[in-house]
Design a protein around this ligand. Structure first.
Ligand code: NAD
Ligand code: AKB
Length: 317
């Protein structure tokens, strides 16, 4: 087992809950400390109830556990963020400033900052390049661009080794998403497996970049473990898994669940999705630290359906 003391802030969330398990497998249960606004039942390993907007509380957790690495996942995502823009700005930025300052104070070795495809805006037509202009249309996207720039600033000014990925929409069977525009792509599998009708809040041809959770975790840890001299981007690396529209994911699900019924009722999230790129060029991540995704849409659909059938106890004998 590797020796690090790793703090995950936002460990109850879609990514955090799965990442915690993944990191415990690498660093041991006692070395991965979860932290979130409330304590979930049956939590494994050390856990702190923490409001990361509270500077003193954040400093206290860093000191108590002698943290050496942080994954700062706490945030309000794109769709929820548009319902409460100023609170979203406050939460997304204040939590990150507290993490940056605590990292400086306690000599944290590495920080992971999750950015998003939401940093891109309507100015991109089609594929987002690593160096594409960033003109986000959501408060969430604005906070991620700011977070990326602060990461770069703290790296250059204070030498804190901060690493960041611009995640696409993440899809996994283990946990539910928490208020994003790409959430439909998780929900749709649950509805299909349970034999329920699905109402889609995006139009059928809205293509977005997505990634399977196993690939997202692999990319995150691979980036964090890469030698520092391989990291040439200190804002946020573009990351790609696959790209698909609701129509395409439905067709891939119907190969295994032919009767799956879907209707469309686009809402405000359609406008957010329409402002995001359709594909992402991640060649810099591939070149710098050897990133390669393992899942395409068909492989992911098979695994999602298999795992969700087990979860809902629907496995055919
Ligand atoms: P989520 O909403 O599922 O989880 C976020 C967690 O942060 C929640 O458990 C919430 O309780 C916690 N949190 C919120 N405010 C907090 C505070 N003040 N103090 C402590 N905890 C707080 O989000 P997620 O999908 O797991 O995303 C994690 C990170 O990855 C976020 O920064 C998000 O922007 C980024 N990201 C996610 C995706 C995706 O598709 N899931 C894509 C791109 C980027
Ligand atoms: C969202 O839809 O807000 C997130 C993201 C892509 O950042 N899933």
């Amino acid at each position: 087992m590797k020796s690090e003391r790793i703090l995950i802030i936002g460990s109850n969330g879609q990514i955090g809950s799965v990442l915690a398990e993944f990191l415990r497998g690498i660093y041991s249960e006692s070395n991965v400390i979860g932290a979130d606004l409330s304590k979930p039942e049956n939590v494994k390993g050390p856990f702190e109830i923490l409001d990361a907007t509270d500077r003193q509380a954040v400093f206290g957790v860093f000191k108590k556990y002698k943290i050496s690495q942080v994954y700062h996942l706490a945030a309000i995502l794109s769709a929820k963020g548009e319902q409460q823009p100023l609170i979203t700005w406050q939460v997304n930025m204040q939590t990150y400033f507290n993490v940056l300052e605590a990292s400086r104070e306690y000599g944290v070795k590495k920080v992971f900052y999750p950015s998003s495809i939401a940093v891109f805006g309507a100015g991109i037509h089609g594929e987002a390049k690593q160096s594409s202009y960033l003109d986000p249309g959501t408060v969430y996207g604005i906070s991620k661009v700011a977070g990326e720039n602060w990461s770069n600033y703290y790296f250059r000014k204070y030498g804190i080794d901060i690493r960041s990925l611009r995640y696409p929409g993440i899809i996994g069977y283990q946990s539910m998403p928490g208020g994003g525009t790409t959430d439909y792509a998780v929900d749709i599998y649950h509805k299909a497996v349970k034999g329920e009708h699905f109402e889609c809040f995006l139009k059928p041809d809205t293509t977005l970049p997505m990634i399977y959770i196993a690939d997202a975790l692999d990319a995150s840890v691979r980036l964090m473990e890469a030698p520092a001299d391989r990291i040439t981007i200190r804002t946020g690396y573009n990351l790609a898994g696959m790209s698909f529209s609701p129509d395409e994911v439905i067709r891939s699900i119907r190969k295994l669940i032919p009767g799956f019924e879907v209707t469309y009722l686009p809402d405000f999230r359609q406008e957010i999705a329409a402002s995001w790129p359709q594909t992402v060029d991640d060649s810099q991540a591939r070149k710098d630290w050897g990133w390669r995704p393992s899942y395409n849409l068909e492989k992911m659909t098979k695994e999602m359906i298999l795992e969700l059938r087990k979860k809902y106890d629907l496995v055919e004998n």
